[in-house]
Write a protein that binds this ligand. Sequence first.
Ligand code: NAD
Ligand code: SER
Length: 333
Amino acid sequence: MSGGRVPVTLITGAAGEIGQALLHRLAEGGGHPVVTVDLRPLSTADPERPHREHFQGDILDSALWDGLLRRYRPTLILHLAAILSTRAESVPVLAHRVNADGAARLLAMAADLATPDDPIRFVFPSSIAVYGLPSQQAKDAAAPVREDEHLDPATLYGAQKLYVERLGAAVERLTDGLDFRAVRLPGLISSDTLPQGGTSDWAPELIHAAARGEPYSCFVNPEARLPFCAMPDAVEGVLRLAFREKASLTRTAYNLGGHSLSAAEIIARVARDFPDLEVRFQLDRVRDRIVAGWPAAVDDTAARRDFGLASEHDQETLFSRYLMPGIRRRYQG
Ligand code: NAD
Ligand code: SER
């Protein structure tokens, strides 16, 4: 107990894709109980989870935080709540409030609570959206992008992610006891859940559509290429970073690597398992342009060196050992 309040791990955006996967993973280990916040209810109540309480509400609502902090003291904050890239472009004011103001408020709250004796660790999932390649030619010619290159985001979402990374680093410098770190995630593919409002959504959407036996209308061109990572590998990466001692870390923000795959390559691989897969290309110019500015591959040397990031899946086992069996189970029993 700390000042009568229960020490907890706090996860915002816990009802989202990564949040659900993180909660399952945290249930496997010990550690503090978990308190969650999301606009939505949590979809399942797993009695095995070390879960204390879910606060359904808006991260911008100060009454929610007053209630939460009366009873709990976060020692680790995993701040996932956000509006993803495609949706952010269509609701710019709301996206700014949630992605930038929401994170800034939560950082200020953490800075108020943190002391050298009772430190707080703040982990932020950033994104490949912080990068901006000026043209398709530049993207095709680029080597896997390192953390300090091409930091010229072309989307609101990317700009907001980069802002929060930098704000977090600045607040950390000013606050004894606050420890901020960020991991830039590639596109994620889960066999259990589907994304909403992201730009990399075509890959998981088409794989899930194939398993359901439904045609898929792909909103990017066949050559559109991004790095993709299996959800369990991403969660493992986030947790490795979260639990690493500060002395081992040499940066504030780390790339988490992924397999560089084009839409055509994903379709060809999925068709091996689901030969009836039917894909039509119906380009969404906004989303296609966003993908053209994001890197095809990122360099994750720093993460491998500093927190031992090691993906469990290579490009083939991502499909053969993780995605295909999980997706078949989900849709075909
Ligand atoms: P998601 O959309 O599935 O989950 C986000 C959650 O945040 C949702 O459950 C939503 O209800 C919640 N939320 C949104 N606004 C809120 C608010 N005002 N108050 C409370 N809750 C709110 O997204 P995800 O894929 O789980 O992503 C989690 C984090 O990881 C986000 O910060 C995202 O930017 C980042 N990220 C995701 C990917 C990816 O491919 N999924 C890649 C890079 C970074
Ligand atoms: N995968 C995410 C999106 O497409 C990137 O952060 O929005």
